[in-house]
Design a protein around this ligand. Structure first.
Ligand code: PMP
Length: 443
């Protein structure tokens, strides 16, 4: 994640009493929110519009939300009790539904009154958990590539990120071959080595964005062992918990022996029901962990909007009757299949995701012509950005540079990758296939 600093903002031309425009100082933002003037999502959205590219960059759904979910939303918007503040823990109807769902999934009793807090999306759940357990200077360790909000949230808290990259198993050539998400592995000794006496939190993300890795029980056991040795809180980002493919089972690390007492799970209704704009998520964990999260959440945002909480509660009820989650999984499988077929057709290798809705394509084979020109804001960020810009401008398909998901120290590991989101309609994914054919002349 290479960040160009915001230029110093110390001049304006406000007229002065003598009639001469004189520089006046403008307030300067805190370092906690420093970063490039244009973030990567905005930058590539702008290029997408400029070059009329198909946008597989940002992970929002490109198809309509399920009708029964929208109906639940419309109905909830009329319920009088939803017109006022919800309790900070969340609307009881949603907590009851979540308790039922997660008692089953986690195979343990989950109490709606003590084990759950409803958040404003997965993002707020993440921030609340981190705020609950990290003092300034404390460290959180995570595996790269990592969802970019982790870094940003830690910075906001004056906490320190520590990174351990997931790497493709030795002996596998990802530039030439289609590989499995399970070929990306963690070196557990590297994880151990990254931990210091200041480390308080270990962040894990399964199913993983952007690799699509679904951590196995054994992998989680090893990671849990490290957390146990160092008395770490585990923040388990499971926002894609309902999107796994080909029989891969999502395990929550909270279900492993001893882990319930140190894990907070963060989830997202946006991902579960295809309504990322509703901003509903939740935290689940043991009471002694959830209480500090509730305090952080209450101070950060107080409470989440009431109608959409009720709507998600009713959507869960309906989803069990209409087998929504299985249908949705099948639909995503088909989208994944269409994009994989398109990549196969041009011979562009990629990682087959076992979960989530992203594909990391490997661009190692592609040779960008020497005279191809890049704007400075792109060339200053390295090959990964250049390749994504080339894809947008020349091929007409936008992806996201995964260097965004790495620390500066390890950003070069992303050099040969582009992240493509397949939460898009099949017709659009097929058009992507037609456009990708143009890549052949550059391979
Ligand atoms: N974690 C991961 C890994 C994600 O990819 C996302 C969304 N892109 C989130 C958390 C945040 O989810 P939400 O949209 O519910 O805030």
């Amino acid at each position: 994640m290479i960040m160009a600093p915001i230029p110093a903002r110390n001049s304006s031309t406000a007229p002065q009493p003598n009639g001469q425009p004189q520089p006046t100082k403008l307030p300067v933002a805190s370092q906690r929110v420093e970063g490039p003037l244009t973030d990567v999502w905005t930058l590539f959205n702008q290029y997408t519009a400029k070059y009329k590219a198909i946008n597989l960059g940002q992970g929002f759904m490109g198809f309509p939300a399920p009708q029964f979910v929208k109906d639940a939303g419309s109905a909830a918007a009329q319920v009088e009790s939803c017109m006022q503040y919800a309790p900070p823990r969340g609307v009881p109807a949603l907590r009851d539904e979540l308790a039922k769902n997660y008692s089953q999934f986690l195979d343990r009793p989950v109490d709606p009154n003590t084990n759950i807090v409803v958040a404003a999306g997965g993002n707020e759940a993440l921030l609340s958990v981190l705020a609950a357990f990290l003092d300034p200077g404390d460290e959180a360790v995570m595996m790269e590539p990592a969802f970019d909000q982790y870094f940003a949230n830690l910075k906001l808290l004056n906490a320190v990120p520590k990174y351990v990259p997931l790497r493709v198993r030795p002996g596998i050539d990802a530039t030439q071959n289609v590989i499995s998400a399970s070929d990306w592995v963690l070196d557990i000794d590297e994880l151990r080595a990254a931990i210091t006496p200041r480390t308080k939190v270990l962040i894990i993300n399964t199913p993983h964005n952007p690799i699509g890795k679904v951590f196995t029980y054994d992998e989680l056991q090893q990671i849990g062992q490290v957390a146990q040795e160092h008395n770490l809180v585990i923040l388990s980002d499971e926002v894609y918990d309902r999107l796994t493919y080909d029989g891969h089972t999502h395990h929550s690390i909270a279900t492993l022996p001893g882990m319930w007492n140190r894990t907070v799970i963060a989830c997202s209704a946006g991902k579960a029901f295809g309504v990322t704009g509703w901003r509903i998520g939740w935290m689940i964990g043991a009471e002694h962990l959830i209480l500090p999260c509730l305090r952080a959440h209450t101070r950060l945002i107080f409470t989440v909007n009431s109608p959409m909480q009720l709507a998600i509660a009713n959507a869960f009820k309906a989803a069990h009757k209409n087998d929504f989650f299985n249908t949705q999984r099948q639909e995503y499988w088909e989208r994944r299949h269409h994009l994989c077929q398109s990549l196969d057709a041009v011979g562009l290798p990629y990682t087959i995701p076992d979960g989530s809705y992203f594909i990391l394509a490997n661009t190692g084979k592609i040779k960008i012509p020497a005279d191809f020109e890049f704007p400075l804001e792109v060339s200053s960020q390295g090959r990964c950005y250049e390749m994504c810009y080339f894809f947008t401008k020349e091929i007409g398909v936008t992806g996201i540079p995964p260097s965004e998901f790495y620390s500066d120290e390890h950003a070069q590991l992303a050099d040969n990758y582009i992240r493509l989101a397949f939460c898009k309609p099949l017709e659009l994914l097929d058009q992507v296939g037609e456009r990708l054919v143009r890549l052949k002349q550059y391979m």
